[in-house]
Design a protein around this ligand. Structure first.
Ligand code: ZN
Length: 674
């Protein structure tokens, strides 16, 4: 469970690096804090900020991502010139340079896809189709850590701890296969969604035409029809969140009886999972439904579908015409972004995906000082201590449940800045003249690296984010957390300003991640990571009731007249926000040791705390991107996340918020969970 949605962690364009020492914002004095606190704190910024043309949104996280990209480019350029650079550094440079060599990519055309296109053309029956589908399975999804539910392949693989036995790894199978980001894009009839859908079939036809495939329009229609059938059997995004619906252990034989259609023998053999006897099927309805489509839909449609999916997945590494068409649909139509990102930024992003740890090792050594690592670790420990005190003080919780919650808190494995050990890329072949081949081999390397974990002891020190990622994450089954170097930077974390500002921003992020261990999903895992109810029944009932109140609070928010938030879909993140903010507030108060915080610019310490929190959420987002976030993301849009201040009594006192003001909640309506 990470802190940001996808949009905030994409690289930015031409934004100056953030300056150190930022403190309080210029407030919008025409707005009452109790009516619109986000506007009150961020009004001046919202008015003065434009979203760069190559972006779908703008935020402090975007500025930091931009900074991380520029630093990464410097690292790549310097290592490329260094004759004595390490094997990893050479791989980074070769990968990046191959991606940047547009002339060669143009000359090769679709040549790099030849082998795979021939493989699809040679499909002659369900058996060979199943083999091709199995050969495409990649470790490209992650249900509980990075919460990545999308794959364009028919299924996605996640290798993680078995929810019933966290001492061993298990392969998780998840739904996939759609070209658009979620089932709602195929099935929902809201006008904005219908308008996007209308552009999708022409996009597919264009891709086929660019690849010189005949009869493109008719084929595109049939491909859309197949994907729509897939969407109809897909689980919703809210259901994907529900771990109790996901913990389905299937034996190898169960697939034949519960999900007939696909030749599972061929599929698993081609996927490198032929020897595996049990799986966890996250989306059982979809696995059954998608497998049935393999049998019921015409072979020729499957072949056209696989061709289009292959080209789409490869398009980042193909000639400009394919890159442009991908941009037109996925960035312009789906996210409202007017202009593509510069190629070098796409090159950095691709290098980070392929060789993230190799880049991260160089990045962390250069940009994260031991002093900042120590300062961040101290803050994490403060927050854990504050959480522990909160557990002690919960009036509604029985001592037995408290003891179990504290046991869970005690085992949390905290990672700050960068991991203790790094991925070994020595078996990955990277060539300076093979952009697409490099990406393919890197995907396969990552999949094999994950498959190799099966049967080995669980490594709780493994990270799921790179140090150069502007984000943070809780791994609820591992009972571990990663706080990458790139988010522990000004303006979120800054040694040159009053501590209260850091508590409001980074403290809240740390508190958020700790709280994920105790959100509606995290709270179902015990201290060992086992999915198992460790609560006294009356305590769990209280917890569920309070959670439902929070889900209802978020159901009320409507970014657009025709689109409301789904409180259940964003519940885990909102519990983490609500609890994390309360915990960091406590930790900050404790850090004062009974002293009164200094007044700055006329604002009290408490006011500064809440202003820093809400300032850290300032975000501008294009309409299409905001709609996409509401549909597919587990995180509510930034403004509504910031609005969780209305659940804290201290906020009412700090700003004198009164009944009748728009954000006001009567004390019994404020959600109190942890
Ligand atoms: Zn989160």
């Amino acid at each position: 469970m990470k802190i940001f949605c996808l949009a905030a962690s994409v690289a930015a364009l031409a934004i100056a690096a953030p300056s150190s020492g930022r403190d309080l914002p210029v407030v919008d004095s025409t707005t009452r804090p109790g009516d619109a606190f986000y506007q009150y704190v961020n009004g001046a910024w919202l008015k003065g900020t434009e979203i760069p043309a190559d972006r779908s949104s703008m935020s402090d996280g975007a500025v930091l991502s931009e900074q991380a990209d520029r630093r990464t480019r410097e690292i790549i350029q310097q290592t490329a010139q260094d004759r004595n650079s390490t094997a990893d550094a050479r791989k980074i440079a070769d990968f990046y340079n191959a991606f940047m060599d547009e002339a060669s990519i143009e000359k090769l055309g679709l040549g790099p896809l030849d082998t795979r296109l021939r493989e699809i053309a040679a499909i002659r029956d369900r058996k060979t189709l199943s083999r091709v589908l199995g050969g495409q399975l990649r470790a490209d999804v992650d249900a509980l850590n990075n919460t990545e539910f999308y794959t364009g392949n028919l299924f996605g693989l996640w290798v993680a701890q078995d929810l019933d036995d966290p001492t061993r790894y298990a392969p998780f199978l998840m739904q996939g296969g759609l070209g658009m980001p979620d089932r709602d894009y195929y099935l929902d009839d809201a006008p904005a969604t219908t308008a996007i859908r209308a552009k999708y079939t022409p996009h597919l036809a264009k891709v086929l035409t660019l690849a010189n495939i005949k009869d493109a329009d008719a084929k595109a229609k049939r491909i859309f029809d197949l994907e729509k059938r897939m969407a109809a059997v897909h689980a919703t995004r809210a259901d994907s969140n529900d771990v109790t619906k996901a913990n389905n252990h299937w034996s190898r034989k169960d697939f034949d009886s519960k999900a007939p259609g696909l030749d599972w023998q061929e599929f698993f053999a081609a996927a490198g999972l032929g020897g595996q006897s049990t799986f966890i099927v996250w989306h059982p309805g979809a696995v059954t439904g998608l497998s049935a489509l393999v049998a019921s839909q015409p072979l020729e449609t499957w072949k056209d579908y696989l061709t289009v999916r292959l080209i789409e997945r490869a398009s980042t590494y193909l000639p400009k015409a394919f890159v442009d068409e991908r941009f037109e649909f996925y960035s312009k139509t789906l996210s409202g972004t007017p202009k593509p990102r510069d190629r070098w930024k796409r090159g950095i992003a691709a290098t980070n995906v392929a060789l993230g740890d190799a880049v991260g090792k160089l990045y962390a050594a250069r940009y994260f000082t031991p002093a900042e690592k120590a300062r961040a670790e101290a803050m994490v420990h403060n927050l854990i201590a504050a959480f522990s005190r909160r557990i002690d003080q919960l009036a509604w919780m029985q001592p037995e449940t408290k003891a179990r919650a504290k046991a869970k808190l005690a085992v949390l494995k905290i990672g700050v800045g960068y991991p203790d050990h790094w991925i070994d890329y020595s078996s990955l072949v990277i060539r300076s003249d093979d952009a697409f081949g490099n990406a393919q081999r890197a995907e396969l390397f990552e999949t094999q690296r994950n498959l190799a974990k099966l049967g080995k002891p669980v490594d709780r020190s493994e990270w799921v984010m790179t140090p150069q990622t502007v984000n943070a994450v809780n791994l609820p089954v591992m009972n571990a957390m990663n706080f990458p170097a790139a988010i522990l930077q000004p303006p979120y974390f800054d040694p040159k300003r009053p501590a209260v500002m850091d508590y409001g921003a980074t403290g809240a992020t740390i508190g958020h991640e700790i709280s994920h261990s105790f959100d509606d999903q995290g709270a179902q895992f015990d201290a060992t990571g086992k999915l198992h109810n460790w609560w006294q029944p009356q305590d769990f009932a209280h917890f569920k009731e309070a959670s439902q109140k929070l889900a209802k609070q978020y159901d009320q928010y409507r970014p657009f007249p025709d689109l409301a938030l789904n409180g259940q879909q964003v519940l885990s993140e909102n519990i983490a926000d609500r609890a994390g903010l309360a915990v960091t507030y406590d930790a900050w108060r404790l850090s004062l040791n009974g002293k009164v915080a200094p007044v700055v610019d006329g604002f009290s310490g408490d006011q500064q705390f809440f202003m820093s929190f809400v300032q850290s959420w300032r975000t501008k987002e294009r309409e299409a991107a905001l709609r996409q976030q509401v549909i597919i993301d587990g995180h509510a849009p930034a403004e509504y996340r910031a609005d969780t201040v209305r659940n804290l009594d201290a906020w009412y006192e700090a700003f004198g918020v009164k009944p009748g003001e728009k954000l006001y909640l009567a004390p019994d309506q404020r959600v109190r969970i942890w």
